[in-house]
Write a protein that binds this ligand. Structure first.
Ligand SMILES: O=C(O)CCC(=O)C(=O)O
Length: 362
């Protein structure tokens, strides 16, 4: 008989699109949510075939092997030498082993979790339209701390021929030598050599102020900050692994987006409020963010050591390719790959205004 929870598992809400203010009011730092359309036509979802991934991964290790995990029980994967060991393997062999459908039932499982996003793949993710589609939702129109309207940044526009000549002539004798003509015309602070900051309200008639320039593009500065945080190549991770892999119950201290690119993943989440029911490892250990519970064993009533688990409130979903899951900081999650899978995680830190839940400090 499978374990009966006191509280029935609740399916995580799915929406096609979400307005930034709804995200801020209802989900950010509060509740998980799945967005079904926001990445469905993302380049990675359509472009990352096995051969393309092989090419990208070969560039990250031109002279040799990738480091991937194999699991000591061929199932549970967590970054801990008691549970996994590392294997050195060429990208080609690794991808063949993961995506080889002949041997599916008996095969050895592997998991690749990169420490940074390989360049080629990062370029596919970080193209402006994709960045914008995510930031529209995950960043609202106000400054997070002051509630004031923000400044916008003007990216270096393209000069028309006319202006090029005038700039070159005036540069010979101009007292403002060093400042380009477009910066002088806006008479504002120079940000760096490619951009300047202006007040949001001054941005409405920006094109009229720069009549001789093309491609005047505006970038909201707090968007830029969030872009640098969410689309941060060193923290973004690529996960490629075999059907049946399990990342057991744990929490992260950051906001997390899990973008599902290939295959399906089944997730079980619990709020940080359920921490006492989830039996974390002792707080001074390196495994404090992981649970002592293997959900599969407890669900099957093979392990009776964790009676409080049945009082927890599970939130569940099967994440499909092209879907994006938002997980708030300190929410526990357990992930099973239902297929051979490729995913991308995009974590970002809590703001200074967001606090660690009291129950996690105990
Ligand atoms: O996809 C997985 O196997 C684990 C993902 C995860 O733990 C995370 O996104 O924090």
């Amino acid at each position: 008989m499978p374990l009966e929870f006191v509280n029935k598992p609740v399916p995580i809400t799915r929406v096609e699109h979400l307005r930034p203010d709804s995200f801020k009011q209802r989900y950010r730092n509060k509740h998980p949510i799945i967005l079904t359309k926001i990445i469905s036509d993302w380049l990675p979802v359509t472009k990352w075939t096995t051969s393309y991934l092989q090419e990208a991964l070969e560039q990250t290790c031109p002279n040799g092997d990738l480091q991937v995990f194999s699991s000591l029980d061929n199932k549970l994967f967590i970054n801990n030498p008691e549970v996994v060991q590392t294997v050195n393997i060429s990208p080609k062999d690794f991808l063949n082993l993961v995506f080889d459908h002949q041997e599916q039932s008996a095969k050895q499982r592997f998991y690749l979790r990169t420490h940074s996003m390989p360049d080629i793949l990062f370029n596919d993710i970080n193209i402006p339209a994709q960045v914008k589609s995510l930031l529209d939702v995950f960043c609202s129109n106000e400054d997070e701390n002051t509630g004031m309207n923000r400044a916008v940044e003007v990216q270096c526009p393209t000069k028309t021929e006319n202006v090029k000549e005038r700039t070159e002539q005036s540069a010979l004798c101009s007292p403002d030598e060093g400042l380009s003509a477009w910066e002088q015309m806006l008479s504002c602070d120079v940000h760096d050599e490619n951009s300047v900051s202006i007040e949001l309200e001054d941005s409405a008639n920006i094109q009229q102020k720069l009549p001789h320039y093309q491609n005047v593009s505006l970038m909201d500065t707090s968007w830029q900050k969030l872009q640098a945080r969410i689309f941060n190549q060193p923290t973004m991770q690529l996960w490629v692994g075999t059907k049946g892999n399990v990342t057991p119950l744990h929490y992260d201290r950051n906001h997390g987006l899990l973008a599902q690119i290939v295959g399906r993943k089944e997730l079980i989440l619990f709020s940080h409020e359920d921490t006492p029911n989830l039996y974390p490892h002792v707080s001074y250990s390196e495994r404090a963010h992981t649970s002592r519970v293997d959900l599969r064993k407890v669900y099957a009533e093979e392990d009776k050591r964790f009676p409080r688990l049945k009082n927890a409130q599970p939130y569940t979903c099967t994440l499909q390719p092209g879907e994006l899951l938002y997980m708030p900081p300190f929410w526990w999650h357990d992930v099973t790959s239902l297929d051979d899978c490729v995913s991308v995680t995009l974590p970002w830190d809590m703001d200074s205004s967001e606090t660690v839940p009291g129950c996690m400090l105990a």
